[in-house]
Design a protein around this ligand. Structure first.
Ligand SMILES: NC(=O)c1ccc[n+]([C@@H]2O[C@H](COP(=O)([O-])OP(=O)(O)OC[C@H]3O[C@@H](n4cnc5c(N)ncnc54)[C@H](OP(=O)(O)O)[C@@H]3O)[C@@H](O)[C@H]2O)c1
Length: 334
């Protein structure tokens, strides 16, 4: 890449149903200059996350959509290459929201300095970043797992689900994962230490899930919705808690899928609560302390799926929506 050139991946058009490569456009522009109080970051790593599907749509949501012709938003790990902000110096490695591009200017708000000696910097996008924090806060604050209970989570080999199940084990629960395919399921049990993992693509998924949850399900950490949710629903115990974290199986569904049978929410006195990770910003320090210690001690393991090259971000993102990633999906940009 020539110095001073900023490659950007823009949202070219909004998808109708499943997104495609045609919705993105790669352009080259001059790298921006930082103004007073600003820094210029060079992106090293870009996080690809399911929420980006929502930002491609104009539908009303909890965050503003990306405008057509604007760079896609995204969490990044970058290096400060020029600073006009007293809090940051050239050479600092930071995490923030630089987006799908080589360079980004920031006023410093929302930027966090990383210590590369403390943990690999990519963990700031996964196990020690937004997805890890989502798992930690959603499970502990809403799921409130008690020792001996059964915690079920889908996308169990992924960035959020892998942390949910491992924290459930740390809290003395039975952790049951749901994942796509035998390799992911094997990894979830053998490497991450879940008690069981069931392949949602298998023809006998429902009876296998029931067998993996002999005492029913006390906490269902909702990551996917769709057919998995329908299989989990009858296994919920009275007073089960459901942190509604994500519904990736439904993000591109057109027309929208029918929802759960809502009467059972009343009948079983279920706690069904949606949340956004930012609701728990006050827990960030607790999360970094606990998860940092669990990662250092080996109790919290993680897997990253690294893709090389910013130009490959769109294809990798489409793969994420189809379960092609295996672990936290991150693009190595530079
Ligand atoms: N509320 C929040 O603040 C918040 C924050 C972060 C993430 N989230 C949500 O958490 C969920 C997991 O995110 P992540 O970053 O950890 O992603 P991830 O698990 O690393 O990757 C996405 C995975 O979703 C699974 N999936 C995709 N389509 C599916 C389908 N039709 N049915 C079942 N599973 C499907 C695939 O795994 P398999 O191959 O194993 O099925 C895929 O690998 C997403 O719904 C995301 O939107 C919410």
């Amino acid at each position: 890449m020539a110095a001073g050139i900023n490659r950007q991946i823009l949202l070219k058009s909004r998808p109708d149903g499943a997104p495609s490569l045609d919705n993105f456009e790669l352009v080259q522009r001059p790298a921006p200059e930082p103004g007073d109080g600003e820094v210029l970051m060079r992106t090293r790593y870009l996080s690809l996350d399911p929420y980006m599907r929502g930002r491609m749509s104009a539908a009303k949501s909890y965050a503003k959509p990306v405008e057509i012709g604007e760079p896609m938003v995204g969490g990044t790990v970058g290096e400060i290459v020029a600073s006009r902000n007293a809090k940051f110096a050239a050479g600092d490695i930071v995490t923030g929201y630089g987006g799908w591009q080589d360079y980004a200017v920031s006023g410093g708000v929302g930027l966090r300095k990383l210590d590369p000696a403390a943990a690999p910097v990519t963990t700031a996008l996964g196990v020690l970043g937004m997805p890890g924090m989502t798992a930690y806060a959603g499970l502990l604050e809403i799921g409130r797992p008690r020792p001996g209970e059964t915690v079920a989570v889908a996308a169990a080999s992924g960035a959020v689900g892998s942390v949910v199940g491992q924290i459930a084990r740390i809290k003395g629960c039975r952790a049951v994962g749901i994942a796509g395919g035998p390799d992911k399921c094997r990894y979830v049990v053998e490497e991450l230490g879940f008690d069981a993992c069931v392949d949602h693509r298998a023809a006998d998924f429902r009876p296998r899930l029931e067998a993996a949850c002999p005492a029913g399900i006390d906490v269902y950490f909702e990551n996917v919705g769709g057919a998995v949710q329908q299989a989990v629903w009858p296994l919920l115990n009275d007073f089960a808690r459901i942190p509604v974290c994500g519904l990736i199986a439904q993000y591109s569904a057109a027309p929208p899928m029918p929802g759960p049978e809502m009467f059972s929410v009343l009948r079983k006195r279920l706690l069904l609560r949606g949340f956004i990770v930012g609701d728990f910003a006050a827990k960030q320090d607790d999360f970094l302390r606990d998860a940092g210690e669990w990662v250092r001690s080996g109790r919290l393991k993680y897997r990253e799926d690294l893709v090389d090259g910013l130009e490959n971000a769109p294809a990798a993102f489409l793969g994420l929506l189809q379960g092609k990633n295996f672990g936290k999906l991150i693009v190595k940009v530079a």
